[in-house]
Design a protein around this ligand. Sequence first.
Ligand code: SF4
Length: 1004
Amino acid sequence: MVDLSRRHFIKILGIGSLAFAPGCNSRPEKNLFSYVQTPEDMVTGKATWYASTCRECPAGCGILAKNKEGRVIKVEGNPLHPVNQGKLCMRGQASVQGVYNPDRIRRPLLKKKDAWQALSFQEAEVLLKEKIDEAVQKGENRVRMLTDVVGQSLSSLFQEALQKWKSQSPLVFEPFAYESLKTANQKVFGMDGLPSYGMEETDCLLSFGADFLETWLSPVEYGRKFKQMHTVNQGRKGFFGCVSPYQSLTCAHADLWLSCNPDTEIIIGLALIRETLQAGRGKKLSPELIKALQDVSSPFTKEKVCELSGVGADVYGKLVSRLRQARKPLILGTGTGAIGPAGLQVDMVANLLNGILDPELTLLDFNRRHRVERAAKRSEATAFFDQFGKEGEGVLILNNVNPVFALPPSNGIAQGLKQDSLFSVSFSNFMDETSQLSDLIFPVRLPLEAWDEFSGTSDIVSMVQPTMAGITGAPHLGDVFLRLAYGEKGPAKNFQQYLSIRLSSSGAIKDEKDWVNMLREGGLFERQSSGAPTCQWISGDEVRKTLGSVLLPKTAELSFYAAPSLRFFDGRGANRPWLCEVPDPLTKVAWQSPVSVNPQTLKQHGIKQGDVLELKSQWGTLEAPAYETEGVAPGVLLMSLGQGHTMFGRYAEGMGTNPVKVLPVDTDPVSGSPIYKVNLTSFRFTGRSLGSAHTEGSEGFRTQFGIFHRQSLAHTDGSKVQHGRKIALTVQLKDLGQEIKEKKPGLGMWDFPLVLPLPEGYDKKRDVYPPHDHHIYRWAMAVDLDRCIGCAACAAACYAENNVAVVGPDRIREGREMAWLSVERYLDEETMRKVTFLPMLCQHCDNAPCESVCPVYAPHHSKEGLNNQIYNRCIGTRFCSQNCPYKVRRFNWFDWKWPKPLNLQLNPDVTVRSKGVMEKCSFCVQRIKEAHGRAKDENREIREGEVQPACVQTCPTGALVFGSLMDKNSRVRKQVEDPRAYQVLGYLNTKPAVFYLKKVVQEI
Ligand code: SF4
């Protein structure tokens, strides 16, 4: 034995620890400061929630913003808000990435020749005041303004200011302005505006392209209503049919898709009028109107319609019989984009069909109208731009609009903005295509930092309030306008006071208590009726005039459609990294916008998926990689709007292509609507394809930030089909409730029983390991595939809550995306058209294959059934990932970056993982822990529904349910007892704690 003295032992120990010290990966030292005077509503470590309104699109969903130590880290839907009832889409989730965007402009910028000079906010305001005063001196109408849709108070202030400056009211510009739908409502019903649709009450919904699950009017609201009518209820399910030459996400949920030739929707609509009149419907309409409808529709017999539209006679017949049987049908017109030249006629036909089938228009509510109706027609916007500089010297004020990106380049806005006689100021926080051409960029507070009011529908008042202090020091736009218009003698000392005065003078609030109540709840939600206008039905003559001369479509070999984007809307969301990273649900392509082409068309032209195509129309040219899909009709090419920015920050710049490059600058002569469809004059393969894209440097480009992008598809698609692996299952409506005979007995793929991840799910005959002893709770989730619409709001919410890293297109190409929850899309192998979406996340198995292979026990099974990942134990062998059959574990190949100030959004309750560590869904364990703390303080158990992981909380359709299986009355336990319940790859005996309910399909 070695003779070791105590002194010698300590010496060795000291040397040993010194040797190890340099190897330790210690983080740089940081300082912690405490408040001298803490704000009264802040408790360190505790979140404060503020109710406000989402301003990422004009729908106006209610939000609750979670503020921790002064910074907003997450937004969720406000359960009290009537529009979204507590739910939120992925764009709403990403609103925090606007506030903390690293490319946000922090100071006003003045253009000096070709360079930008930073000004103080005060200098910028003084300069702008001088310019406005100079313009006003020169005569009337010298100050023009273009703004996005804003709330009533800000809109009133704009009007007052422009009146003082002897100029016209601002023009409200929205790329998706529903011109044809508004014109059709006026022409057919004699009613202005955009009504709310009672979609949840219909038993037969037909859409001529309205993308109500993506961008149309109010997607979170209509997503919820759609699933209310289109889910199984007492053995029945509503019918949804879609007439369109391509499959949008909305159309992908149709029970019957009439994939028609381009521009033939109008013919199908007229034929349906003929069929429904022949079936004796519409008797309550005036005989004169019925006669006119018979006259205009009589040429469109079944044979003729099928021949012209390319729709099979059987499919058409099924739609007709569904419409005839319907008790409460609802017909929707065209979408916000992808409108062909006959858009107005299609919308009129949709309205007339509603009139024939339901003359009382019970499902159209003109008392509750969508605020986006205030947007001007595109033709008015282009006329406005045409006037730039022609009216002499003046000032142009742009508020939160980007027409240079949204409109086809041939309309000359860019040239107009460059005129010396015009001083243009852009109230914008980002250097986008329009701001870049302005003389002054004036950043202002974003909605999460500002006072305002924005009511998405006409029957409520919805508040916008600061959910955090401004992070750039920018002033409020309302305050700037008050000072510019009134100087020191304004009607209110600031915009907050202006707002409260307006609300009290309108009778919305009486006293301070009402004001506080409104702030607490997010608005005033008791329905305020404005008195519905009475319907003035279109005359027979007008029907003959507008629908009597339907132009039969000219056969074009290739038609190109630009469709609104679920992720980027009209392009305003393209600089939010989460929206770029979460792939498009149908193509599964992230960061890019490929052009979708039918396989038949690709074959005809000798092209394959990934080839870069050059598309030409008489208006312009674009290049984009091809994506092969049966989701578009032969001869149709489809591209998503929103990407292809030349400016707009590091996440947007150079990503994808802007399809408006090839679109017509002309608008519809009657409705003033833009046309998002064009016939191509040429279509060719550029000779470049994605196959060679990985050759270093050959096919890429470098952005101004030095980021190199390869021109290849960054998709997260493992496989489009299931290869019979029993993953996303469906059941026929007629088979519901019947006992399904298994193909063969035993423990094979098709007959393995559903086994609970509880002791009762263990059987000595098939289980080697003993059951886990769960303590009070066994957390589990149920996913109803029949309710999932594939909107990926859950995926975005997971990024926001769990500090999931954004890796960018190059890493995605390498298969290194970090998403904890991904919405998988599977197509049926027979037609490759029927789509099933399946949210996939860690299954928190009881027999977890990852746990048994880790040499250091980093995956750990908790007492409550959670499969925890112990980060500081993980040594990165990745055995767990290889052994996980669900492929939901993500390895950190790098230390991912959160460029400042994006790091301020990080959730302090969740560890930011570092290089070399494995991670995956934790069922939002931080929320479970928080609920434990509350329950302990109140000396009780966690209540049913008290814990909602971020994905469950946001899902617009309620497809996800979370709870404890130990509670026999919990919703999740009840869902497991549903005959539709199954476990993905459950036959591997992993005993997943995520249960799926089969999607219910109906044979039409
Ligand atoms: S589960 Fe996810 S993808 Fe499916 S509807 Fe809910 S939020 Fe959308």
